[in-house]
Ligand binder design. Structure first.
Ligand code: PLP
Length: 427
């Protein structure tokens, strides 16, 4: 193998500590693969966004799907952040973490009747409704419980978010939301719904958005509709602007928009709006606060390429195999080594179990500790036990200290609930 160039690891920005916690010592103690999150970094993101929103009647609702660990949700709740949920499982997690029901909103195209009934029972803040059938189901279930459900119509503004097709949600071909024409009919008819207070608008056009223009366009369409509704005598007490703010996965290449600029677009597009604003960021609050610590199992010279085989795999972090997503991968040690090129892969029996192709890295040997960066969102939350690999541990870091917030799954936990087919029954 010929090194492509020689550089000190410093020029490659090795990272030995996060939130003042020594990563080599942490990995030695807790093992790898290990998801680690900096609570200081998360609090900083929340604080920055809250500061940008100052003067507005605005509340942040964290998109739980990005990282549903109870400790993360607890941190959010303590910082005054609510929860944007998409399932009854996320509802239960949020309540369990101490999130008050009035700080929970429920989004998603496939809320089942049971899920809607459960959310009504605990009295969540609002349902972001995505279809007429859902609206009627909400009415039926709220009436059965003798309560009034607060609802917002999720608008599909037909805006291109210029992001990966699998995380685009605001184009007319996507399954999310309804057209403005349809939402207009809902408002016109909603007085017939005795138990649904339809008085909000919601929009979420996609994820990992790195420019302001798609947000501006979507919010302009929402603003136009809000004005039309007010002129027609409807009250719009809340506008939920969704999430989608992008983060830096590739140093030097990804240039996320600043919170103040993003909020500037909201202020401008919704100027004159007197109701409450809701924001649903997920990735922005947690992605860059997280890393996946992993060790090199071996360096395998392949037929055409050289492979760096890690003990983390696509079951621990799906984004590269699912979206061809880039994650920076750096060594923990700053020992000076020549650079070389690897395909960086996991042990799972899929060619798609590849974190990076042709990646220039300091030369590695078995046992080296590496960091896969910006894995705090859609990392552990999308993990599986594929290839019967137990779920990795998760740890929260805070100013030199750590707390295990999910212990590494045991084999027995992984197979719990499975059993031999002993009792055959008929339906
Ligand atoms: C309705 C809704 N809100 C918010 C989010 C959070 O998106 P992001 O993590 O990009 O901020 C999502 C993500 O899928 C979503 O579907």
């Amino acid at each position: 193998m010929t090194p492509t160039s020689v550089a000190t690891a410093h020029s490659f920005v090795a990272q030995a500590a996060i939130d003042d916690v020594d990563l080599a010592a942490l990995a030695a103690r807790l093992g790898t693969p290990l998801h680690a999150y900096s609570s200081s970094a998360i609090r900083q993101r929340i604080g920055g966004l809250q500061a940008a929103l100052s003067g507005l009647d605005a509340t942040i609702f964290f998109a739980v799907k990005a990282n549903p660990n109870l400790a993360i949700l607890q941190l959010m709740a303590n910082a005054g952040v609510g929860a944007d949920i998409v399932s009854v499982g996320e509802l239960r997690r949020s309540l369990h973490a101490g999130m008050p029901p009035e700080r929970i909103v429920f989004s998603g195209v496939g809320k089942s009747a049971d899920e809607i009934a459960g959310a009504l029972t605990v009295g969540i803040h609002r349902f972001n409704v995505e279809s007429h059938d859902e609206l009627l189901t909400l009415q039926r279930l709220a009436k059965a419980q003798g309560v009034t459900a607060r609802a917002a119509a999720r608008i599909n503004p037909d805006v291109d978010a210029h992001t990966h097709a699998k995380i685009s949600t605001g184009k007319s071909e996507n399954k999310f939301g309804v057209s403005i024409d349809e939402a207009r009919r809902w408002f016109a008819e909603h007085r017939q719904l005795s138990h649904v207070q339809l008085d909000g608008l919601h929009v979420h056009i996609g994820s990992q958005i790195l420019t302001l223009e798609p947000f501006r366009l979507a919010l302009q369409r929402v603003a136009e509709f809000w004005r039309e509704l007010e002129q027609a005598g409807h009250t719009v007490t809340s506008i939920d602007v969704g999430g989608g703010l992008g983060v830096c996965y590739r140093a030097g290449e990804d240039h996320p928009v600043a919170a103040a600029d993003y909020v500037g677009v909201i202020r401008e597009a919704l100027a004159g709006y007197r109701g409450r604003l809701l924001l649903e960021p997920g990735r922005y609050l947690v992605a860059e606060a997280g890393v996946l610590l992993t060790r090199v199992i071996r360096v395998k010279p392949g037929i055409e390429r050289q492979f760096l085989v890690l003990d983390a795999a696509m079951n621990d972090l799906q984004r590269p195999s699912l979206y061809d997503a880039w994650h920076d991968i750096v060594p923990v040690s700053d020992e000076s080594r020549p650079l070389t090129t690897y395909d960086i892969v996991g042990p799972v029996c899929e060619t798609g179990d590849t974190f990076a192709r042709n990646r220039v890295m300091p030369e590695c040997v078995a046992g080296d500790l590496l960091l896969i960066k910006a894995t705090g969102a859609y990392g552990a939350s999308m993990a599986s036990t594929y290839n019967s690999r137990p779920l990795a541990a998760e740890v929260l870091l805070n100013q030199g200290r750590y707390a295990v917030v999910r212990r590494r799954q045991h084999f027995e936990e992984m197979i719990a609930g499975e059993q031999p087919a002993r009792h055959w029954e008929t339906t």
